[in-house]
Design a protein around this ligand. Sequence first.
Ligand code: EPU
Length: 371
Amino acid sequence: MLVEENKPLAPFTTFGIGGPARWFAQATSEDDVAEAVAWARGRSVPLFVLGGGSNLLIADAGFAGLVLHIALRGISVAQQPDAAIYSVAAGENWDSFVQRTVDDNCAGVECLAGIPGTVGGTPVQNVGAYGQEVASAIHCVRAFDTVTERFVEFAAADCGFDYRRSRFNTTDRGLYIVTRVDYRLTLGGAPTLRYVDLQRAFPADSGATLAEVAEAVRRIRQTKGMLLVEGDADCHSAGSFFKNPVVTEEQVKHIALAAAKEPPRFPAGSGPANAGRVKVPAAWLIDQAGFAKGFTNGRAGISTRHTLALTNRGEATAAEVLALANDIANAVEARFGLCLEHEPVLLGFKSGSVSPGGRAVAEDEQKIAPR
Ligand code: EPU
């Protein structure tokens, strides 16, 4: 495994922002993953695992540790009577995998077409869009335990999935490196048409195919600037910069009073913590707080097509993006009393110094204690 020094990281991210990695290595096998962990432990340097870089904002100063780029490839399929289990290496491109499943007429991830990034990142933040979440299609996750230095497998039920959450980005943050995800998909299953944009495109009796739904999702994503398209300034982003807040009915009333109109709301999800709660779109709250699509602050801006995406409009710095994020979070808090949480991973920032809304920035590198 080759370890490079002072490697520019911006080209590895969809934002196109961020300083260099002090050290950088690429893992093309599970052995490489184990070797990289041992390398970092031996030198007492922090390790960060880089996948597709599509949900990541890297500090202008870069990262003073080892960045391990996950480049494991390969997909194998095991057929069952009504299902297919796809064992997908973490470095596979997510959208290409989705396309393969719809070509194979396997249902379960068709609404997640067009999402940038790699397969390994999908369980970490329980990727979701257009009425599906990976949590409901994942069979198991294989990962390297950086403490015991062994490979482990988690059944979906043991992954702690919730809205944009899993054990991998909460309780066990930084402990595991995902190397493979097994997806269990339904052979010949019908597409999921739960999301209003899709119901509009495909009436209930339309007999839409999985491939048609996946294509429609890509088209919708493109209208919102959420599809990676060469030359499209709006997609130099990390997708949604904020999570949609999950609030009580009481808070909804307060929001309605403050905005002098009813906010849109969506189901909050099934977990017990979500009982009696609804999700209010952060994009709507941001609009109401006075930040419109296309707003710019220096070289950082809000996408011209979706208020929730912050964009690099050309040579923006991470500091500029975070300053804009802070302005937005502060305006939403002042208007509605709600703290927006940032959604992308922030790497290389000093804890507590830069978080939108004033909260401490989580450490996203692996916690590798020296032996
Ligand atoms: N809205 C606005 N202004 C806008 C855009 C949206 O007010 O500029 C309001 C509208 O009321 C709209 C509502 O927000 O009905 C929801 O908008 P949208 O359907 O675009 O979805 P979202 O809640 O903003 C979430 C995910 C996206 C995912 C879409 C589609 C989060 C944080 N974001 O966005 O995921 O693609 O739903 O399912 O959950 C991501 O996580 O990076 C991401 C792109």
